[in-house]
Design a protein around this ligand. Structure first.
Ligand code: SF4
Length: 323
């Protein structure tokens, strides 16, 4: 996950919530991808804080360093090394047809190569640990398919070694921004941090778009078409979800009241995580130790992979000249 500071609602619903379950069933690595983040520009002085804030979010939602490996990408330089080596087998055309590349490239007069090569580094992030599976959102499926293609091409050139990782797609459905935009993100300002105080949560939730046909409280609403109702399904109890739909269809409750109930449900869901985050922030050395330990464990795995990759690609000249 890219370090954009504290995790927000979309990160939680689309990823973190699921990751906490996955760590019970798999040997997982969770990586804060600061090498990726530099392609988005921004002030470098802000990046370290964003990394730590995201680490706090990881730990606060329940990612457990005893069960999985939590680390920062730039602490394991093998990621960028493997990405460079994968450049040797990645067709330019494959990168140019990536939907995300096409979208992002439009924002630049002169497109940085890092925007084009982003999926190659993603492939390295995954294959460095020879991962069998990756939890991804629908928007990352194309990049994962490219990862599989890179694994196939590398294996064809240098011998079978990398698995073709499968996608683990969640069942949470599409998570729209509070403004109804297709994507929930901080940069679009259409989400709310999971560590936000109750008044901040309400300030954001009150702006959420609703059923556009419901202009007055006396108009019957269509909860199945309302993003507020979708969010209720994630944060409110089944009884409340049903009641909200009933009151909406019957024009018995207004949208403001409905949003107040949602805001309270979000605050209640995140309350224990807010408490854990406050405890963690009071012990910055603990966060540093967890990330240091994670990087050490990740490096062991990364170095095993790179020893094979370097040897197969002829980059072990000290050993190789005697062969
Ligand atoms: Fe949406 Fe609730 Fe308003 Fe119905 S009452 S349109 S579910 S916000």
């Amino acid at each position: 996950m890219q370090p954009t500071g504290e995790a927000h609602l979309g990160n939680y619903l689309g990823a973190l919530h699921r990751w906490v379950e996955l760590q019970e069933r798999f040997d997982c690595l969770w990586c804060i991808v600061d090498d990726h983040a530099i392609t988005a520009g921004g002030d470098p002085r802000d990046l370290p804080k964003k990394v730590v804030d995201l680490a706090v979010s990881f730990l606060a939602v329940g990612l457990d360093p005893e069960k999985s490996i939590l680390f920062v990408q730039s602490d394991v330089s093998e990621h960028t090394e493997l990405a460079w080596l994968f450049n040797a087998v990645t067709p330019m055309g494959d990168l140019e047809r990536m939907t995300q590349y096409k979208d992002k490239a439009q924002r630049f007069e002169s497109v940085p190569v890092g925007i084009l090569n982003y999926p190659v580094l993603q492939a390295a992030d995954i294959l460095l640990y020879r991962a069998d599976a990756v939890p991804v959102g629908e928007d990352q499926r194309q990049h994962l398919e490219l990862t599989r293609e890179i694994a196939r091409k590398w294996n064809a050139g240098y011998g079978d070694f990398f698995p073709e990782p499968e996608a683990i797609i969640g069942d949470e459905g599409r998570i729209l921004g509070l403004d109804g935009n297709a994507k929930m993100s901080k940069s679009l300002g259409n989400t709310v941090d999971i560590m936000a105080e109750p008044d901040e949560v309400w300030a954001r939730v009150r702006t959420a778009v609703t059923d556009p046909q419901r202009l007055r409280k006396s108009d019957p609403g269509r909860p199945e078409l309302c993003n507020v109702h979708s969010l209720h399904r994630h944060f409110s109890s089944p009884d409340v979800v049903e009641d909200v739909a009933h009151q909406c269809r019957g024009a018995l409750r207004g949208c403001v009241e409905c949003k107040h109930i949602l805001s309270d449900s979000i605050v209640t869901t995140f309350a224990p995580m807010r408490e854990r985050a406050a405890e963690l922030r009071a012990q910055p050395e603990r966060i540093r130790d967890i990330l240091d330990d994670g990087a050490t464990r990740a490096r062991v795995l990364a170095r095993e992979t790179m020893a094979v990759v370097r040897q197969r690609m002829g980059l072990d000249w000290r050993k190789g000249w005697k062969r």
